[in-house]
Design a protein around this ligand. Structure first.
Ligand SMILES: [Fe+2]
Length: 207
């Protein structure tokens, strides 16, 4: 029986064409091709990071299971838990935790920030909005602000994805310091070495 193409529905012709091209075997690479290779990461790809327990702070009892040393002290009231320290692209993802009220000094962002509030409440001195659990915030490049955690807040935890650099400045606008993925990495290495987890502990979060 001869099947003429003009009698085929157009969508079946498109599927047939896609299927044929997707699995077309190029002679010089045929020995490496398989259906599974379409779904696996190339060998040059960076290793994924999988952290299953970042919400362990959610219940009172779970704190007992969490090794508190994973939190890197940054100031008296502020610590962070690294999730991804991406030195290859200049950003980091971390959980920022305040114990009680507090302030993170005024700073300017060179690049965008994404924030998802998980616990407690906070805001910026320069903005009228207030972040509560579940609040997502996008901070555009050039944003300058002073992070303030509510005085009556027992604990604030927010996931921050920070690209580029935070440049700290005083009230006169004079630059006093900076943070980026590399300073966060150094803080983490120093702390993990001091607390007994070992300097290399941080490497599982570095890409
Ligand atoms: Fe900020």
């Amino acid at each position: 029986m001869k099947i003429e193409m003009r009698h085929f529905p157009i969508h079946l012709l498109m599927v047939s064409a896609f299927t044929a091209s997707a699995f077309k075997v190029v002679p010089s690479f045929s020995s490496h091709l398989s259906i599974t290779s379409l779904f696996a990461a190339p060998k040059e790809a960076l290793k994924d990071i999988v952290i299953p327990n970042i919400f362990e702070f959610a219940s009172a009892t779970s704190h007992e299971n969490e090794d508190s040393r994973i939190w890197v002290p940054q100031t008296d009231c502020l610590s962070f838990r690294p999730l991804c320290l991406c030195v290859s692209q200049g950003y980091y993802v971390n959980l920022l935790k305040f114990k009680g009220g507090g302030v993170l000094g005024r700073h300017r962002h060179s690049s965008p920030v994404h924030a998802l509030t998980l616990k407690g409440g906070w805001g910026y001195k320069e903005h009228s909005w207030h972040a509560d659990p579940g609040t997502y915030v996008f901070e555009p490049p050039g944003e300058t602000h002073t992070l303030i955690v509510d005085d009556d807040c027992d604990e604030m935890i927010t996931l921050f994805h920070v690209t580029g650099t935070l440049v700290y400045e005083n009230e006169q606008g004079v630059v006093t310091g900076y943070d980026d993925v590399f300073t966060k990495l150094e803080k983490a290495k120093k702390w993990y070495k001091a607390c007994g987890l070992g300097e290399e502990f941080v490497q599982q979060f570095v890409r």
